[in-house]
Design a protein around this ligand. Structure first.
Ligand code: FFO
Ligand code: GTP
Ligand code: K
Length: 458
């Protein structure tokens, strides 16, 4: 299919040292040449060179910009098409004017994610790699970034392709069997389906097990801080933020602007909920009432419950423990610099096996222990080390779950002695579903929707 030529500003909207207008497509060089004035034309420039010159409006003859223009010829480029990158001085108006000129002289404005979409459509990367490009941009911690980078480089794709290959081999075996239906072959085929199917099932299960961690790395672990008034919730928030540097994002909500803060606690991105509420020195239970607090707490993946070492456990504390039933939580007994009036044994009993940490936030004590407890809760054991091929994308998780179910159905059909061609249907379905992870056999509307979530110019 013949593609048109697209252009966009590929650097953030704002003032910077340099701003880049990127053009991709068959007319990229021709379009840029209409605007470029240098010692020779870009058409004559060798590929992968950067060329000094000026950008001129061909209609008025006005010089708009002093520039360095990169010429990158197909196919060894990001999109596998001809690419021009015009490096402007980074003022918003000049970058915008250069973009406007490219749009008048042969390019059309790119849609969000369209450069990466072309890299996918032109076969440089598959869908899971393209999705990882977006994760890379949005990564909140080094660890999340490493995971995304792994996926950009195709680590998940390799695994999925290997699984599909194995499924395909069993399907091929079945085909042979149907064509030459000998008694022995049938039995062998069923046995082979069981062996291969079980191996695939285990590998898919392993990928799904990593998904929980992957999702946390990608989206952050939603965390609430709760506790009676004056126990030290704000102090805890401030300690976590100060030690770890928070990223604050405003998310326009329907009723009000919710402020979300991310802090990176030893590789775990905590998404602290309702921090505005905490800062306003209001206790969430007091402000929202028990029912809504219950919901906020239930929706969170981690609760940090703060108690006061200097006061005996009250009924209100016990009520909070009630709200935390069955939930991941860490109990923080704060103000250990003051006289002990709280029974640590009682707190531990209420904690019901969950970590209990003592702190004096005033004296900066116990924060390390708290951070270790948070990390241990989510990156226990083998996850700590090398395996960074987490599945973190909910689309991928859903597909892997479907694939697992299909393989399990094939296995139980084989077990109960169903004819091989019946078993084959389930295996084929698993193969197809896995194909959707890497973008084979996915619908165009889905592809459009996935790429539309990208940033402009990516
Ligand atoms: N100026 C600039 N910097 C950038 C990008 C860009 O588009 N422009 N990138 C945009 O996100 C990232 C780099 N990603 C890239 C990925 C692949 C290829 C590429 O040309 N791949 C070819 C050839 C590889 C080779 O020469 O060996 C290929 O894979 O076939 C280029 C950039 C980050 N930095
Ligand atoms: N002695 C002592 N005081 C502390 C400690 N941590 C916090 N405080 C003090 O306790 C008071 C309440 O702390 P905050 O962090 O505002 O407590 P809070 O739970 O957010 O309070 P509310 O917003 O009223 O619910 C402040 O005066 C803090 O300085 C501690 O470890 N030891
Ligand atoms: K407070």
């Amino acid at each position: 299919m013949e593609m048109d030529t697209i252009a966009a500003i590929s650097t953030p909207m704002g003032e910077g040292a340099i701003g880049i207008v990127r053009i991709s497509g068959p007319k990229a060089v021709e379009t840029a040449d209409k605007l470029y004035v240098g010692s020779s034309s870009l058409a004559d420039a060798a590929s992968h060179t950067i060329n000094y010159g000026h950008i001129q409006d061909p209609e008025t003859g006005d010089t708009i910009e002093e520039t360095m223009v990169s010429v990158l010829r197909a196919p060894k480029t990001y999109t596998k098409e001809d690419i021009i990158e015009i490096n402007c001085h980074g003022g918003l108006t000049s970058v915008n004017r250069v973009l406007q000129l490219t749009l008048v002289h042969g390019a059309r404005l790119a849609e969000p994610g369209e450069f990466t979409k072309r890299a996918f459509l032109n076969g440089r990367i598959d869908l899971s790699q393209a999705e990882a490009v977006m994760d890379l941009i949005r990564a909140k911690t080094d660890r999340a970034m490493n995971v995304a980078m792994n996926q950009v480089e195709g680590r998940l794709s390799e695994k999925v392709k290997k699984l599909r290959q194995e499924l395909l081999e069993t399907v091929a075996h079945v085909e042979v069997n149907i064509d030459y239906p000998e008694y022995d072959a049938e039995e062998m085929t069923l046995q082979m389906i069981q062996e291969k199917g079980e191996a695939v099932r285990q590998e898919v299960q392993h990928l799904l097990t990593t998904a929980h961690q992957g999702k946390i790395l990608r989206e952050g672990l939603s965390t609430v801080i709760i506790g009676r008034p004056n126990v030290g919730k704000s102090s805890l928030l401030n300690s976590l933020v100060h030690e770890n540097k928070a990223i604050v994002t405003d998310i326009p909500g329907t009723t009000r602007d919710v402020v979300e803060e991310y802090v990176n606690v030893r590789g775990v991105p905590l998404r602290l909920l309702d921090t505005a509420g905490i800062r306003e020195t209001e206790d969430i239970v007091e402000r929202l009432g028990v029912e809504r607090s219950r919901k906020v707490i239930k929706d969170a993946e981690l609760a940090l419950l703060v108690l006061n070492y200097n006061e005996a456990i009250t009924d209100a504390d016990r009520e909070l423990f009630q709200l935390l039933k069955g939930q991941d939580a860490i109990i923080i007994i704060n103000k250990t610099d003051l006289e002990q009036k709280l029974s640590v044994e009682e707190a531990e009993e209420l904690a019901d096996g969950r970590p209990v940490i003592t702190t004096s936030l005033l004296q900066d004590e116990g924060i390390d222990e708290l951070e270790e407890a948070i990390r241990d809760l989510f990156f226990a054991g083998d996850m700590e080390g090398g395996d960074l091929s987490y599945v973190s994308n909910s689309r991928h998780i859903a597909l892997l779950e479907q694939a697992k179910r299909a393989v399990e159905e094939a296995l139980s059909a084989a077990e109960s002695g169903m004819p091989v061609d019946m078993v084959q249907i389930d295996i084929t379905r698993a193969w197809e579903v896995l194909g959707e992870v890497i973008g084979e056999s996915v619908q165009e509307s889905l592809i459009d929707q996935l790429f539309s979530q990208f940033c402009l110019g990516k």
